[in-house]
Design a protein around this ligand. Sequence first.
Ligand SMILES: *Cc1c(COP(=O)(O)O)cnc(C)c1O
Length: 428
Amino acid sequence: MNFSNSIQAFEQAKLSIPGGVNSPVRAFSSVGGTPPFIKRGEGAYLIDEDDNKFIDYIQSWGPLILGHSDERLVSKLIEAVKHGFSFGAPTRGETELAEKIKSIFPHVELLRFVSSGTEAVMSAIRVARGYTGRSDIIKFEGNYHGHSDSLLVKAGSGATTFGTPSSAGVPECFSKHTYLAKYNDIESVKKAFSSSQTGIACVIIEPIAGNMGLVPADINFLTELKNLCDINGTVLIFDEVMSGFRADLRGSYGLNNIKADLITFGKVIGGGMPVGAFGGKAEIMKFLSPLGSVYQAGTLSGNPLAMAVGNEMIKILIENPDIYKILNNRAINLMNGFKQSADKYNIPLQIDVRGSMFGFFFNSQKVKNFDDALLSYTKRFAKFHRGMLELGIYLAPSQFEAGFIALPTNDNLINETIQKADEVMANL
Ligand SMILES: *Cc1c(COP(=O)(O)O)cnc(C)c1O
């Protein structure tokens, strides 16, 4: 495969943009080689600057559950853009999307839109602190909640990939209110609760972790976590920026029926446009300005173009709930295919699936938490990733990321991918 145009584009980008990218994981540093520079997306495919065509298992890191450039979304966007880009004033589209999300998550009584998942989480934590009058929070090792200061402590995603799970540039006093716990380990949460002098404002968790690879939480663990929060008057926040409308129409709630006090959304609800949202109990959300004393705002929040695409996306998903079953079957087939090849060549591999999300670790033991994930054989992953890319399969360029199936990624493409994985694994 020829990557010469991408190599040139990457070199040129580095002269103007740090590392040539606007989000670190895109640089492919942990798997080596040059990232393909993308020219366009078509359904299941990405086409790069050298006209290489890849089956895309990243789908913009989750948002594109209908694949690239879905015609229905494109026509809604074109219709909306003719009316203006942004007004900085309320529009009906915002209420419509809020009502759709509420219809799926009955425990979300009020919600507010922002422009990214990072902002959604940052704001949810602020309102939880305002509501409880407490400062300390608990997060889990290997969970990623965006790049705001107090959450870049043992964070997943690119932070793990680059060996800097705790970022430089965050003063110690900013992160001293962040207590860490181990994923799927309720004792570690109890310990964090008891080490806080002033009480815990909120516990934030990815109920289906997708940023240390795919590591779902046990239902028992989540149930105990909820009880612990209730007993302590602590706000439980489910960060469903990735898993919402992805693992299931109802995210983790659809799979385990556990109701968090606040939920954060992003990715799928914007269908590829920059959107985030946070919402939950009215009693908590009423602390937000202009009703209450917690300030939060955004020039482009609830942007009309983003709302137009988001509304169409969620409408399609609500009207076609069978999509999730279809995508789930494909994800299971894909992972079983990988596993069969790995077994054939005596390669230790762990696989997991939740709805249209999938994950695999080159690891001899089941991965339940961040420490387990870090035991994975990342050099082997890098080799596998490169081999797959050369054969036209675009997987996340890190062992510590999840994969995503989109609607146009049909059974034939899944089978093609399984065959190619077998070829690559034969040479690992
Ligand atoms: C992607 C992600 C975020 C951050 O969202 P951005 O839009 O990248 O700021 C936060 N939480 C989770 C669980 C995510 O997957």
